[in-house]
Design a protein around this ligand. Structure first.
Ligand code: IMP
Ligand code: MG
Length: 176
């Protein structure tokens, strides 16, 4: 396996600074209310673990797994629910934590799936947003960074299963 250091797009420090602000905003918006945080696996695991440390509310953590990409950098156009949450969200405040909103299909599918379960309120936190690719109407309540149309990796995001462990967000250059 080759050792390749991807170019940094967003540094560890920038990510930490932004997450601090997002945590404060979420804490203020839900003021003493209980929250169910749904981490969208696998990509959001690192963002979610850092974000919940900055949320000062009584919360429960759930995991859901959806997949829209194969080993490819293009969306497959269909979303599969691979693993569901175990909590009942009826009448509860829900915060979905996602790594990136690209076409918006994954998050739209998740929002549709959850809305049938009658939560009290559903908010979305996404670390990244690529506005150029958006095809579905999605409101990101808590956004980390808006980025250009580049395939990014690191800080939870992968290319063919690799690079999730990088502490920063990098760009994968052609040929690597
Ligand atoms: P969407 O359904 O097109 O919005 O795609 C969202 C999902 O695609 C994300 O949750 C990621 O798993 C994956 N994805 C989209 N863009 C990138 C990228 O630049 N790097 C890594 N994964 C990506
Ligand atoms: Mg994802």
């Amino acid at each position: 396996m080759e050792m390749y250091t991807p170019e940094t797009l967003i540094s560890e420090e920038e990510i930490a600074f932004r997450i601090d602000a997002l945590g404060k905003a979420i804490t203020a918006d839900f003021e003493n209310e209980e929250l169910i945080v749904i981490c969208v696996l696998k990509g959001a695991f690192m963002f979610c673990s850092d974000l919940i440390k900055k949320i000062n509310l009584p919360l429960k953590l759930e995991f859901i797994s959806l997949s829209s990409y194969g080993d490819n950098t293009q969306s497959s156009g269909s979303v599969r629910l691979e693993m569901d949450i175990t909590a009942n969200v009826e009448g509860k405040n829900v915060l979905i934590v996602e790594d990136i909103v690209d076409s918006g299909l994954t998050i739209k599918t998740l929002l549709d799936t959850l809305s049938v379960r009658k939560p009290k309120k559903v908010k979305l936190a996404s670390l990244l947003f690529k506005p150029i690719k958006l095809k579905h109407r999605v409101t990101i309540d808590y956004l980390g960074f808006e980025i250009e149309d580049k395939f990014v990796i690191g800080y939870g995001l992968d290319y063919a299963g690799r690079y999730r462990e990088l502490p920063y967000i990098g760009v994968l250059n052609a040929g690597n």
